[in-house]
Design a protein around this ligand. Structure first.
Ligand code: KG4
Ligand code: ZN
Length: 333
């Protein structure tokens, strides 16, 4: 089974060809980071326009690199939410037209399901059930993945997502967008000398706005004398400890032996090391996506779309011409 998948939810125009949900025949990612960097963050209107000018080219490149023809495709998978509405609409409209012209089914796919599925591309043997810690620019979720297309959110952030907090702290430290990797790079040479607040709830929820505000306040108070590298280290370590703390509580609650990391922040070195260490000490196995599948890409969407397709979550395109993009949609809905 061969699927073409499209991802345009934020600032990457990406198209992939995936065979049987696990084999990546091609994965083209055209990033707009350099354009948005100038503005210190993603400008939604510019993102939509760039997707529009890029999409045809990226689709053709994906077909060419996979060495297949359009007639070999069994279905079209597409991210329909969550994300920037104008950006999503480019992918969804293109996917509908392509599915219509080839007369093949369309598989609307949730962006976070894609991030989780990035692990299927990295670990051929990985199968649900498992616990997923999803950490991206828009999400900080603990999700019980009961089956390929069956999800239950068991913990979530009550305010900022962890990637969002990384990006805001980066700004305060004078680092460029996207801030997560920059904060992490700076943190390598720092020491944990700042004490930052942790938020604890009696369930599995997270909160990252308190720590973000604490960093902003210290930065304003100390001005030029702020030890930036130490602040980066203190922030990164504190946030990662919070993520691991709740993950361990969830492992014990579910009595589960597999934990999967997902989302852009899964590229973070400290988080990966902490999860690996926690896995050794608590007898579970940790899975984390290959670095090239951590941030947004269409290969992960293709893997998730495959499992939606085989479990019957697809539409004949003539019955689904009204498919729309949805900016906010919960996983599993
Ligand atoms: O999953 P993603 O590419 O887009 C969303 O779905 O949001 O995640 C992007 C987020 C950004 O906030 C970025 O700063 C963060 O992931 N990120 C990182 C690292 N690489 C990307 N955060 C911390 N450390 C990293 N190495
Ligand atoms: Zn993402």
């Amino acid at each position: 089974m061969i699927g073409l998948s499209i991802e345009t939810s934020c600032d990457e125009t990406s198209v992939a060809i995936i065979e049987n949900g696990r084999k990546v025949l091609s994965n083209i990612v055209s990033t707009q980071i350099d354009i948005h960097k100038e503005f210190g963050g993603v400008v939604p209107e510019i993102a939509s326009r760039k997707h529009l000018t890029n999409i045809s080219y990226v689709v053709n490149e994906a077909i060419k690199e996979a060495n297949i023809s359009f007639d070999d495709l069994d279905y079209i998978g597409v991210t329909y939410g969550p994300g920037l509405i104008g950006a999503l609409l480019v992918g969804v409209s293109y996917a509908k037209s392509l599915a219509y012209s080839l007369n093949i089914p369309i598989v609307p796919t949730h962006h976070i399901e894609g991030h989780i599925a990035a692990n299927y591309l990295t670990y051929n043997e990985l199968k649900p059930p498992f616990l997923a810690l999803v950490v991206s620019g828009g999400h900080s979720h603990l999700i019980h993945v009961k089956d390929y297309s069956k999800f239950e959110i068991i913990g979530k952030t009550r305010d900022d997502a962890v990637g969002e907090a990384f990006d805001k702290v980066a700004r305060v430290l004078g680092l460029p967008y996207p801030g997560g990797p920059e904060v992490s790079k700076l943190a390598i040479n720092g020491k944990r000398t700042y004490t930052l607040p942790k938020t604890k709830f009696d369930n599995l929820d997270f909160s990252f706005s308190g720590i973000k505000t604490a960093v902003i306040n210290i930065a304003h108070k100390e001005g030029e004398s702020l030890r930036k590298a130490d602040m980066a280290t203190s922030f990164e370590q504190t946030v990662c400890e919070e993520l691991i703390f709740n993950t361990l509580r969830a492992v014990n609650m579910l009595k589960i032996d597999k934990v999967v990391l997902a989302g852009g922040v899964s590229a973070n070195r400290v988080l990966r090391e902490m999860l690996e260490k926690a896995a050794k000490e608590n007898s579970f196995k940790a899975y984390m996506p290959d670095l090239k599948y951590c941030t947004d890409n269409a290969a992960m969407i293709g893997s998730a779309a495959h499992y939606n397709y085989v479990s019957g979550k697809y539409y004949e395109i003539k019955d689904k011409m009204d498919l729309n993009a949805i900016a906010n949609i919960k996983i599993g809905d």
